[in-house]
Design a protein around this ligand. Structure first.
Ligand code: SF4
Length: 370
């Protein structure tokens, strides 16, 4: 491990609540933005001087902040942390919240990766999930980002949206690859209880998500993106060569990270700590919940396996030995042998990874190691 940590900062504000969203995010609280940034800066001081080589500002919608508020936040990060010159610095953005002036501020403070929440280029699908933008808005936003000189752009897409079929997905993917981002994330819609969309499904407005069709769309996506130069490096993430998200790789590698902001968590020195999910509490300077998870040796091994099996490269026997003093192939020989026999896991020299069949039932496969 490098000694450099990842830094995640949560901005819990949005212009409008999407129908499928169960993230911690609030709308219509513009008057709290400045105070929230002040509190983030205060919380950051707890980690003053830490070495950071990836920053990810996520949400919510970080780009709801004004240029002045973004500057204030970035100034505070720069002052508090020791940031590597090689730092990957990502900001999540949503169409309709990003303008040239904000992009100039991002550039000025060293943001070098922008992750755009597109979800689909099909207006009917976007409207059904309550996004506030059209496909054209998303396209134009990405065009503007490119014109401002950002080369490392990621776009988020979603599968199994209401009304989505192979044809509409093809058109979305086709538009996506024409835009030529360096990275594409593709997650299946999950109906979370308590969301507007969950309610609409319960009322029968949309027919139930068919798991087999979801898998079909997923494999269609994997094939399409592969043919267009994007390799799947994680179950739901695809990139051009060398453009994997370095920040998210820290999570999948079980490396250390600091999380600032409401509902963020940190993983440092084998302990996971959690911030409060209450905005009022956070704004009162009461940042942390009392919960803490101390991972013992076995917990660390299990967590590493679960996270690494999400990656296409899987688990390397030698890396595993370097971390835990035992070989993965030795410690779990009978489970590995069974999974390989069932075609759920494969081996390439010292690496063990899930097959396509294993990915389709990844939760069950991972349970084998718990
Ligand atoms: S933009 Fe993202 S965080 Fe905000 S409501 Fe929509 S899905 Fe949730």
């Amino acid at each position: 491990m490098s000694g450099f940590k990842g830094l995640y900062i949560h901005i819990p504000f949005c212009l409008h609540k999407c129908k499928y969203c169960d993230f911690i995010s609030f709308c219509g609280q513009e008057e709290l933005y400045d105070l929230y940034i002040d509190k983030l800066s205060e919380e950051a001081l707890e980690f003053e001087g830490e070495n950071i080589d990836t920053i990810f500002i996520g949400g919510g919608t970080p780009t709801v902040l004004s240029p002045a508020q973004l500057s204030k936040l970035f100034c505070s990060i720069n002052k508090t942390f020791n940031i590597s010159p090689e730092c990957e610095f990502t900001v999540e953005a949503n169409p309709k919240t990003l303008f040239a002036e904000k992009l100039s501020v991002l550039k000025e403070y060293g943001v070098n990766r922008i992750s755009v929440g597109v979800q689909s280029f099909n207006d009917d699908e976007l409207q059904k999930i309550g996004r506030i933008h059209t496909g054209k808005n998303a396209y134009n936003t990405i065009d503007m980002i490119k014109k401002c000189g950002f080369e490392n752009i990621s776009i988020d897409l979603m599968l199994s949206l209401p009304g989505q079929n192979e044809d509409s997905l093809f058109k979305t993917l086709d538009t996506a690859v024409r835009i030529d981002p360096s990275h594409i994330s593709c997650y299946s819609l999950i109906l979370e209880e308590g969301t507007k969309l969950y309610e609409e499904y319960t009322l029968g407005i949309y027919s139930e998500i068919d798991e087999d069709y979801d898998r079909y769309l997923y494999h269609f996506t994997v094939d399409f993106l592969k043919r267009h130069g994007y390799s799947r490096y994680e179950i739901s993430n695809f990139s051009k060569p060398g453009r994997q998200c370095r920040h998210n790789m820290k999570y999948w590698n079980c490396d250390e990270y600091i999380g600032l902001g409401i509902a963020a968590h940190s993983y440092l020195g084998g302990c996971r700590t959690y911030n409060t999910s209450s905005l009022t509490q956070y704004l009162n300077g009461d940042f942390h919940s009392k919960d803490i998870t101390i991972l013992n040796g076995t917990d660390k091994i299990k967590e590493y396996i679960i996270m690494r099996l999400r990656l296409s490269e899987g688990i390397n026997d030698n890396d595993f030995f370097a971390r835990f003093g035992e070989k993965f192939s030795g410690l779990y020989s009978s489970i590995i042998e069974k999974l390989i026999r069932y075609g759920l896991m494969s081996q390439n020299k010292d690496n063990y990874f899930l097959t396509d069949k294993g990915i389709d039932i990844s939760n069950s496969v991972m349970c084998e190691f718990l």
